[in-house]
Ligand binder design. Structure first.
Ligand SMILES: [Mg+2]
Length: 212
């Protein structure tokens, strides 16, 4: 785990979901593959060709944005899929209960952290998928003071809007928030620019030992 600019006073922790509250690279890849397959079928071309075009787009994006990455929803926007359509596809295709199992250590960690800090969940998946994912992990939604999915702001991280919306919902200033996630460009860079701290995790194992 790598920490960035941790505030002297921490009041709220903003958690990413996928790759942060669970570590399951196979499920993560399956999520992406299902969405890419849907895009391929919409364009009437092979999965492999669509996958290659997305890889080319990401490489070009990195070249023109100082090496940065962007979200899959933003990539799909560039391929003509609106955010609303991305939301519908994710709601229709993603089924976390087939791959994720209850995680008592995560439950214990989040419960412990929630006794000191306000917790929030900020995901580029829609709320329906967030709820299904938490259920599969055995986590009660009520441990979070605020939950924000892609279908609320209609723009995906790393856009600043979801981060600003969640601090508004929490009624906590940015300078007392820490964003916790597994992708620097998506979960950490923008929060740092807004005055928050950041914790880049390798997976849920780092969340088990989170302390401030
Ligand atoms: Mg993630």
């Amino acid at each position: 785990m790598q920490t960035y600019s941790l505030p002297s006073k921490v009041s709220a922790l903003l958690f990413d979901m996928d790759g942060t509250l669970y570590t399951n690279p196979v499920y993560a890849r399956n999520q992406t593959d299902l969405l890419v397959a849907k895009l391929a079928s919409l364009h009437g071309q092979s999965f492999e060709r669509t996958q290659a075009e997305i890889a080319d787009f990401r490489a070009e994006f990195a070249l023109t944005h100082a090496g940065k990455g962007t979200s899959l929803a933003n990539v799909f926007l560039a391929f003509g899929v609106s955010i609303e359509e991305s939301i519908r596809w994710r709601e229709e295709l993603l089924e976390p209960s087939g791959s994720l199992r209850p995680d008592p250590l995560l439950k214990q960690s989040l419960t412990h952290l929630s006794s000191t800090y306000k917790l929030a969940l900020l995901t580029n998946n829609p709320m329906v998928v967030a709820r299904k994912t938490l259920t599969a992990l055995g986590i009660d939604l009520s441990v979070f003071s605020a939950v924000l999915g892609l279908d609320v702001c209609k723009v995906s991280k790393p856009h600043p809007a979801p981060f600003l919306k969640i601090v508004e919902l929490l009624s906590v200033p940015c300078c007392e928030c820490v964003s916790v996630g597994d992708r620097f460009d998506i979960d950490i860079a923008v929060p740092l620019s807004l005055g928050m701290g950041g914790v880049l995790v390798k997976g849920v194992e780092d969340v088990y030992s989170l302390e401030f």
